[in-house]
Design a protein around this ligand. Structure first.
Ligand code: AMP
Ligand code: ZN
Length: 136
């Protein structure tokens, strides 16, 4: 919709336009829609999981919702099902790789202090080595 100035749009149209623009720039939205490649290990109606590009453990998978949600701060009660699906997918993948009894770590980073670099929520699943606590 080039040429339309934001202030001439109704709030709902402006929100929609902003969302479309964010999604087209979001690397995880582009992995979800297949326009950039990733090593996908799981896909269903709600979530997609793929191997992290810069793995920090023998198994390092990111579980993301298909829908763009920038940070944990943006979740609403309507998203409870999606978050449940993300956590259960991580547990399922950990079990599938034989790490359920031995253990694994799951992490959501939110904003600067936690080191969030991609602003489309993602659950890290890390397994295959021991992890320290407290985290760095
Ligand atoms: P965070 O620091 O929690 O935002 O984590 C972002 C993660 O996304 C990092 O572990 C990156 O290595 C990973 N990452 C960034 N771009 C890609 C990509 N194109 N494919 C797979 N993983 C990616
Ligand atoms: Zn996104």
């Amino acid at each position: 919709m080039p040429g339309l100035r934001s202030q001439t749009l109704a709030p709902r149209e402006r929100d929609l336009r902003n969302r479309i623009s964010r999604m087209s720039e979001c690397v995880f939205c582009r992995i979800v829609d297949g326009t950039i490649p990733a090593a996908k290990v799981h896909e269903d109606a709600d979530v997609v999981a793929f191997t992290d590009l810069n793995p920090q453990a023998p198994l390092h998978v990111l579980v993301v919702p298909r829908r763009h949600i920038a940070t944990l701060n943006d979740l609403t009660a309507d998203d409870d099902g999606i978050v449940g699906a993300m956590v259960r997918t991580a547990a399922h993948l950990a079990r599938e790789h034989g790490y359920d009894e031995r253990g694994y770590r799951t992490v959501f980073n939110c904003n600067r202090d936690a080191g969030q670099t991609v602003f489309h929520i993602h659950l890290h699943l890390l397994a295959g080595r021991g992890f320290t606590w407290p985290p760095g």
